[in-house]
Design a protein around this ligand. Structure first.
Ligand code: GLA
Length: 671
């Protein structure tokens, strides 16, 4: 223990549960008294770091996140903490602490031009210091923060809003000078909350859900199952479908091909023993797919490398049986791990066609099985030689693979950067774009539509160009690896994604990653599933945030273990309608403070979807004014989770919002 210059006497009950620090501080007290100095110091690396979170790996005392000596811009440090964005730790103080000092930056061992982070120090929920964006290779930045009066200190490292790839961050020489009790790291625990189902069940009368607009290319196979709730049996009808399409009136599945480009306005009808309903449906035959954000399910966060063809068939069955398909969920997507693993030769057949592993004996059969239910099939690969999980990627086989995926009958491709960095030959924009442009070109040549999802974690500000290449692009690192900190990881991912609101448009969506609710596996160890650790209010916030951001709604928990709460959360038709609104605008940030986040999304019919998110750890009255919403005339307000009218909009709308919860409303101006 090398604590120096201490002068403090702890009352026994304030003794930290840090044996080393206690002993050191006592020794220091004696030393300090002898020297007549009135402050003690303790280094950050001497505190218990188990409560410190990191977006990748485990925070390291006196080493970088990859366990190398701490180094910033060529300067080596003996002490400090190496971590990885997004990272967070809370430290409890007694108001008598004096200073926090550190030298911060991107660790030299990150050795990658894309690494960039920002350090933030906050005290009692107020920002005290911010580093500005730090890049790899830069000299360390000095942090010196006065702590007088502060009781709760937070040290955060963000990904500087460009994804957290290679974001190795160092709090070098980080130390506290204190006069009272020594600083201690703390883990905040959420109070227990009842899982209240807010949404009334769908009525027994038919209700047609899902998007109101749908894009398809001329001549491509068309497949669309009308999402409709209500008592079975249901009978369907469609008027004014374009030539080439037919509807099966009992299953509600539309199939066929449309030869001629154009916008076709059809009317869909559904009827059962209790009533009938109708809905307009615009079919846009042209070059754009995914005119509303894709909705479906992906295998990653529950099945990882355990995924099999049987799991995928079950998933399709469950999407129908659970009723999710009746709300518009349609893609059933295999993530990584369906190909041969490194070492399991041969990887390809004599024609170069990629071979699925023994868990996937019949890829065309799988796609056909999914299609027979009116659902769509998706799969995954990497532009690199290997996927992130170490399976065969598409590198130098792009044309063959695209053709094969289409021949098998797949409708969606996630293209994950993974090992591509090893063969990219550069990290400038052109090199970042090249593999995605190449695959986009190959997909264009196919005679079926494949929605193209770019997965490269936000590199090269992908939101500025992703829409010219594909239909959606991940804006951040993996949500499942963004660990809990002051707020659960989905908020950090959500805040980062929300900034790019102006880039989203029909056919081109920001993708903040999957819906990790319900029964999910721990991404860190690719573990078996367990119930989400998010509170019910956090889960309402999650779905609200994704819907306001017009994000793809891809559930990645266990479809076989959907409880009533999770199903209600995923299947609120009015919340989904916000996400799927045909105008295709992403919610704009109206307000963002430490405790409040407010998003407003304009909808096609002139209404606004408004989300008031309470980020504080206690309930809070949140307000939004008519002026802020840009409204002047009368308007009515509807609570979308409860599907309940709240009345006329007053000049100021004030709502009590629970801890980490949301008020999600639709404000409809009255003409
Ligand atoms: C990356 C992606 C994840 C998942 C895994 C599979 O981490 O970002 O979404 O596809 O690879 O290995």
């Amino acid at each position: 223990m090398t604590t120096t210059n201490r002068f403090t006497v702890f009352p026994l009950q304030a003794r930290p549960n840090l044996g080393r620090l206690w002993l050191g501080a006592v020794a220091g007290t004696v030393l300090g008294a002898a020297l007549g100095v009135h402050a003690a110091t303790v280094r950050l690396d001497e505190l218990d770091l188990t409560a410190m979170t990191a977006g990748w790996g485990k925070p390291q005392p006196n080493l970088s996140i990859t366990q190398k000596p701490l180094a910033l811009g060529g300067v080596k440090f003996e002490h400090g903490v190496g971590t990885h964005a997004e990272s967070d730790v809370m430290i409890s103080l007694d108001g008598k602490a004096k200073w926090f000092t550190a030298k911060v930056g991107v660790d030299d061992h990150a050795s990658n031009a894309v690494a960039s982070v920002e350090f933030i120090v906050s005290g009692d929920d107020r920002e005290l210091w911010r580093s500005g964006v730090c890049h790899w290779g830069e000299p360390p930045r000095e942090c010196r923060v006065k702590l007088t009066g502060v009781k709760s200190l937070e040290l955060e490292v963000t990904d500087a809003d460009d994804g957290n790839k290679n974001d190795h961050a160092d709090w070098a020489d980080a130390a506290f000078a204190f006069a009272g009790a020594p600083p201690q790291t703390v883990k905040t625990l959420a109070p227990a909350e009842a899982a209240v189902i807010l949404t009334p069940p769908a009525p027994r009368e038919p209700r047609l859900n899902g998007p109101k607009v749908y894009g398809v290319r001329p001549g491509s196979p068309f497949l669309y199952r009308l999402p409709c709730t209500g008592a079975r049996p249901l009978l369907f009808r469609a008027d004014d479908l374009p030539e080439g399409l037919t509807l099966d009136y009992t299953s509600g599945i539309i199939t066929g091909k449309v030869a001629t480009a154009g916008t076709y306005r059809a009317t869909l009808f559904a009827r059962n023993a209790f009533g009938s309903t109708r809905r307009e449906f615009r079919i846009v035959v042209g070059n754009q797919l995914a005119l509303t954000p894709p909705m479906g399910w992906n295998s990653w966060y529950i099945h990882y490398n355990r995924v099999t063809e049987a799991t995928m068939r079950d998933a399709a069955d469950q999407m129908i049986a659970s009723g999710m398909a009746d709300f518009g969920y349609q893609y059933v997507n295999i993530d990584d791990c369906w190909m041969k693993q490194k070492g399991d030769v041969p990887y390809r057949d004599t024609n170069g066609a990629v071979l699925p592993n023994w868990n996937f004996p019949d890829m065309p059969g799988l796609a056909a099985y999914i299609h027979a239910k009116g659902l769509k099939a998706g799969l995954y690969t990497s532009p690199g030689p290997w996927t992130c999980g170490g399976y065969v990627g598409a590198y130098q086989h792009e044309a063959t693979d695209a053709r094969e995926f289409a021949d098998w009958g797949f409708d969606f491709l996630k293209y994950d950067w993974c090992s591509y960095g090893q063969v990219a030959g550069g990290s400038d924009l052109a090199h970042l774009q090249r593999p995605y442009q190449l695959m986009a070109g190959e997909l264009q040549k196919q005679k079926r539509d494949l929605v193209f999802n770019l997965c490269q974690y936000g590199m090269g500000d992908v939101w500025n160009w992703g829409g010219e290449v594909g239909n959606s692009w991940r804006t951040t690192g993996d949500l499942g690896l963004a660990r809990d900190s002051r707020l659960p990881g989905f908020y950090h991912i959500g805040f980062s994604n929300a900034r790019h609101w102006a880039n989203a448009r029909p056919g081109a969506w920001n993708d903040p990653d999957y819906l990790l609710v319900g029964w999910v596996g721990d991404a860190h160890g690719m573990g078996q599933g367990r119930p989400t650790t998010l509170t019910p209010n956090e889960q309402y916030s999650y779905l609200s945030l994704w819907s306001l951001m017009a994000a793809p709604l891809i559930f990645s928990g266990d479809l076989a273990r959907l409880d009533a709460f999770t199903l209600n959360l995923l299947c609120n038709a009015e919340v989904i309608a916000v996400d799927q609104d045909p105008l295709g605008r992403q919610g704009k940030i109206l307000r963002q403070t430490r405790d409040e986040f407010v998003l407003v999304k304009p909808l096609e019919d002139g209404a606004l979807a408004v989300g008031l998110f309470n980020l504080a750890a206690h309930p809070r009255t949140m307000t939004v004014t008519e002026d802020e919403l840009g409204l002047s005339g009368p308007a009515r307000v509807r609570d979308l989770w409860r599907q309940k009218e709240l009345g006329a909009l007053a000049r100021t709308l004030a709502v009590e919002v629970p801890r980490h919860g949301v008020a999600l409303m639709r404000v409809q101006p009255l003409k």
